[in-house]
Design a protein around this ligand. Structure first.
Ligand code: ADP
Ligand code: MG
Length: 304
């Protein structure tokens, strides 16, 4: 998954070895670049029988693509690649190239029958927006099955917890300052929940004074540019929090607030470019602004 992972488990140390093996085996199935992965097989052959886990995650991702009106779009990969986010050889593709690539972007054309995935000839899919959260869920399931009652795993900044801390108190997890200076914008107390952030400071480059980051708005084919700099989603399912952190980032503050109001079992903290913060009502008490956000304007989003 091209990232750093930390596991803290209160239990048998051997479980760390099992958890690492599980992470590596899921990565080998879900990775878009690993030539032996299920996703690579789908992208190169346009139809492939995949593992049970890959089918499960594709099915889940497609349901969220639909629910978010295509803000989550697992066939956006050719555009992510055109900007160079997969290799680090960054470039801004011309409008014509983006328009052409966009024609192949349409999750509704992905077919999943049992464990066989079929995509159109010019399409490429990528589960990068949901794989870490899904993997975290599987790791926590494994630990729980093996008797662990308290664990915190951090998969590249996505924090997922099992139970509370051994002393019974909640875990206090920080949200990175979106300036990327290593500081914190806030902290949230969670137990038995996940906290997953998508931001425009994680993977980006600058050209002619403009920032190009790795979360693409499928409507335009360019990085989402709607006033948000960071979206943190808190909930029980890591896969859902991961999918929604990406999707809400694409939607922008107004549509994200609207999406929250109309239901969904998640909570969120949205940080805007102007330094203000939106917090959903379920996190109002658990969220503490920190650092340069200490005196930020915080607006609470409520369910209707
Ligand atoms: P990160 O992996 O940095 O934690 P995300 O979970 O938000 O962040 O996933 C971003 C990744 O998802 C990108 O690197 C890209 O591969 C892919 N992606 C970009 N835009 C979209 C989108 N609109 N829908 C689905 N996946 C996307
Ligand atoms: Mg995500």
């Amino acid at each position: 998954m091209d990232t750093v992972m930390d596991l803290t488990v209160y239990g048998d140390e051997e479980l760390l070895t099992g958890a690492s093996a599980l992470i590596n085996s899921l990565d080998a199935k879900l990775s878009v670049t690993n030539e032996n992965s299920d996703i690579y097989a789908v992208n190169s052959g346009k139809t492939a029988a995949v593992s049970k886990e890959t089918a499960e995650l594709i099915s889940f991702a497609l349901s969220i693509c639909k629910k978010t009106g295509g803000a989550l779009e697992i066939s956006i990969y050719p555009i992510v690649r055109a900007f160079g986010f997969t290799t680090g050889e960054y470039r801004v593709p011309a409008a014509g190239e983006v328009a052409e690539l966009l024609q192949a972007v349409d999750y509704t054309k992905i077919s999943l029958e049992g464990e066989t995935v079929t995509i159109p000839e010019n399409m490429l899919i990528d589960l990068g927006s949901v794989a870490k959260g899904f993997t975290g869920d599987k790791v926590l399931e494994y630990l729980k099955e093996n008797g662990v009652e308290s664990a915190l795993i951090n998969l590249g900044g996505n924090v997922q917890t099992l139970g509370a801390k051994p002393d019974g108190s909640a875990w206090k997890v920080a949200i990175a300052d979106p300036s990327g200076d290593g500081g914190y914008a806030g902290a949230i107390e969670i137990a038995n929940k996940c906290m997953i952030t998508s931001g425009n400071y994680e993977r980006f480059f600058e050209q002619d004074g403009k920032r190009y980051h790795h979360i693409i708005d499928p409507k335009t084919g360019y990085p989402a540019d709607n006033g948000l700099v960071s979206v943190t989603v808190v909930g029980e399912s890591g896969a859902l929090c991961d999918a929604l952190s990406t999707a809400l980032f694409v939607m922008g503050p107004e549509a994200a607030a609207e999406f929250y109001k109309t239901g969904g079992d998640f909570e969120a903290v949205l940080i805007k470019e102007d330094g203000s913060v939106l917090v959903t009502e379920g996190l109002k008490a658990a969220f503490t602004p920190l650092g340069r956000y200490k005196d930020a304007k915080v607006t609470v989003i409520t369910h209707d």
